[in-house]
Design a protein around this ligand. Structure first.
Ligand code: HEM
Length: 403
């Protein structure tokens, strides 16, 4: 059996523990073709980091080639509503359009703007943790991990409280398409979610145009009005991206992170004893059990990685979870060390698509871990959790704890 055979993203046992397979992949050639997923796998930190910054690759290829030119099948016309939304957000756009979209939105995510969210984030966290604590035994995912980032990003955008329950199901339905080889049913569900979510956001945008408020949707709508810089499709694509990217990974860092701490009681005790370690601990939890295990890139020009020729039209699978355990970069990579510093993990990506929300994610995670540690000093695990089916966006189904 070769190392590539060990890469089985649809096998629950692999999803639960992909790290031995990654270690075997890192021992092999620097890029290895995997026939079952039709991807060229890249497992080492230096390569993942360099390829994320390499402009001969793209998250999309449509700015330089058609499907036929890349040797890829056209998408079925019934999937068009999904692609229309996804390709209007900056994540699936390449420069120069990417540069314009990112500049318009990035003002809302500077460290200074994010710092102004600190009281809101703490207030929301306190309410959620109080409610959870009152239950005695609870699912940490449903009570804290999920509602915190959804509430924060909904608040920033200006989605009214009464509508917020719609966001998480829409997001989950859309994100199903980011997994490998989604089924036709997954595609249909994602298309319907994009249509509903899109209609909702267009209506909300019109409402804000009529009655501006101090929120991000108003800001984005005003950009549309001031000379057609952001189209209505781009407004929808941007809001969907912010809502989805703005919470999916954060939920999983919280859930996976607590599960990591329960599996490493010495590190949990160390963190409880020394809250000054919170910032390094959050980075280490993101490294040790990476919430987004793999991101893909299209090869726009023939290239060579470590002597292996990769043709134009190929798709690379950059294995973030593996890069984050690479012994070339991290001493004792399989050891969780909440004080690890420096910690050059790639969990937020690199290059032009580097996570726009990294400062916000760090604020949310430090606040939520800090508050739970303080408020519930005896928090313990009730039962071993099970992993959800996702590999790309990888997280627990639930995490039952007692406070
Ligand atoms: C711990 C939580 C988070 C993680 C691990 C994470 C990770 C990532 C990664 C890896 C990328 C780049 C994907 C690629 O290069 O293919 C990305 C992009 C992005 N993230 Fe995050 N993210 C997190 C939280 C957030 C939050 C809270 C927001 C805020 C709203 C956000 C907004 C975005 C946006 C807008 C992009 C696209 C940037 C671009 O294409 O230029 N993320 N994120």
């Amino acid at each position: 059996m070769t190392a590539v055979d060990l890469f089985r993203p649809s096998d629950p046992a692999f999803v639960a523990h992909p790290y031995d397979a990654y270690a075997a992949l890192r021992e092999g050639p620097r890029v290895q073709y995997d026939e079952k997923t039709d991807k060229w796998l890249v497992a080492r930190h230096a390569d993942v980091d360099a390829l994320l910054r390499d402009r001969r690759l793209g998250r999309s290829f449509l700015h330089v080639a058609t499907h036929a030119e890349m040797g890829r099948p056209e998408e079925p016309p019934e999937h068009a509503p999904f692609w229309r939304v996804v390709r209007s957000g900056m994540l699936d756009v390449e420069p120069p359009d990417h540069t314009r979209l990112r500049r318009l939105v990035s003002r809302a995510f500077t460290p200074r703007t994010v710092e102004r969210m600190r009281d809101t984030v703490q207030g929301v966290t306190d309410r959620l943790v109080d409610d959870a604590a009152a239950q005695g035994e609870f699912d940490l995912i449903a009570t804290v991990a999920e509602p915190l980032p959804v509430t924060v990003i909904a608040e920033m955008l200006g989605v009214p409280e009464a509508d917020r329950h719609l966001l998480r199901p829409w997001s989950a339905d859309i994100c199903g398409m980011y997994e490998l080889d989604p089924s036709e049913q997954t595609a249909r569900t994602a298309v319907r979610a994009c249509e509903e979510f899109g209609d909702y956001l267009v209506a909300l945008g019109r409402e804000r145009r009529a009655r501006p408020q101090d929120d991000l949707i108003t800001g984005l709508v005003q950009v549309v009005d001031e000379g057609d810089v952001l189209t209505e499709d781009e407004l929808v694509g941007t809001c969907v991206l912010l809502l989805n990217a703005g919470h999916e990974a954060t939920v999983n860092v919280t859930g996976n992170g607590w599960w990591s701490l329960f599996r490493n009681p010495d590190q949990l005790a160390r963190l409880r004893a020394d809250p000054a370690l919170l910032a390094t601990a959050v980075e280490e939890l993101m490294r040790w059990d990476t919430p987004l295990q793999m991101f893909e890139r299209w090869v726009l020009e023939d290239l060579e990685v470590g002597g292996v020729h990769v043709p134009r039209g190929a798709e690379l699978g950059l294995l973030f979870g593996s890069a984050n355990r690479d012994p070339e970069v991290f001493a004792d990579p399989d050891t969780l060390d909440v004080g690890r510093d420096p910690n050059p993990h790639v969990s937020f990506g690199a290059g032009v698509h580097f996570c726009l929300g990294a400062a916000l994610a760090r604020l949310e995670l430090q606040t939520s871990f800090g508050t739970v540690l303080r408020r519930l000093p005896g928090l313990e695990l009730v039962e071993e959790p099970t992993w959800g089916p996702g590999y790309v966006i990888r997280g627990l189904q639930e995490l039952r704890v007692r406070g």
